[in-house]
Design a protein around this ligand. Structure first.
Ligand code: SAM
Length: 225
């Protein structure tokens, strides 16, 4: 299993750089970043996963764990009719709303705080439900802050709930997706999915050079058994 303390160090390094609202540049576009929110400027994962994703143009898209809103806002810009973005971290919800305004897609976006699907009482069913997850395993009893929770999932408890609950939020024929990296415990996640009568199927992947060596970023579909 990947050494989760490496992810906690990456979180602390990234978090320590941001004391107030700031701008970051991603592929030539300027985005707002708030303190305590996962920064796509400090991880190659967000842009790599964005590159693997096809949005349901004209349809409804849900992003779980939206962070600064890079993917949810991109869904709005790509032509999704309705985009919902949710995050456990209240600062991330505010950050996504700020970027929705900044990029002119606030009219088609709804940003809510909640643990996975908790804040979605008024939501429609979605064509695509997506989570670029905190897919590094950490011990269940670990005491971590909200920024670290963007990197690691203690005991994979949230992943198990995602595998249990996500299908309830898609239209018939809709897709549940999850974006993982090679730092994730793939065998453990496949087992947790199977326990919820789901399996994980690779849709696409990309290899990115990182200081630790090549990292594989992978888009998977969660499909009922
Ligand atoms: C790896 S970051 C991805 C952020 C953003 N989507 C991006 O691509 O830059 C994972 C995100 O999931 C959120 N998250 C972690 N656990 C969650 C949960 N149980 N419910 C909702 N969001 C969660 C974190 O706060 C974080 O914003």
């Amino acid at each position: 299993m990947y050494d989760y303390t490496q992810s906690l160090i990456r979180s602390e390094t990234s978090r320590g750089k941001v004391r107030q609202q700031t701008d970051i540049t991603l592929r030539g576009q300027v985005w707002t970043l708030l303190p305590d929110v996962f920064s796509p400027a400090d991880s190659k994962s967000s842009l790599a996963h964005l590159g693997l994703l096809e949005f349901p143009v004209g349809g409804a898209f849900l992003e779980v764990g939206s962070g600064i809103g890079l993917i949810a806002v991109s869904a709005g810009l790509a032509g999704c009719r309705a985009v919902w973005a949710t995050d456990l971290n209240a600062a991330a919800v505010k950050n996504t709303a700020l970027n929705a305004e900044r990029f002119g897609v606030a009219d088609r976006m709804t940003c809510v705080q909640g643990d996975l699907f908790e804040g979605l009482h008024e939501a429609p069913l979605f064509d695509v439900v997506y989570w670029h997850s905190n897919n590094v395993w950490a011990p269940p009893e670990i005491d971590i802050n909200v920024h670290e929770l963007a990197y690691v999932d203690p005991g994979y408890e949230a992943h198990q709930r995602y595998f249990r609950e996500a299908q309830r939020h898609v239209v018939p024929g809709g897709r549940v997706l999850i974006a993982l990296s090679s730092r994730a415990g793939r065998a453990e996640l496949a087992q947790l999915a199977a326990a919820e009568r789901q399996r994980l199927i690779t849709v696409d992947s990309a290899v990115v050079e990182e200081p630790e060596g090549p990292v594989v970023y992978e888009l998977l579909e969660v499909v009922p058994l």
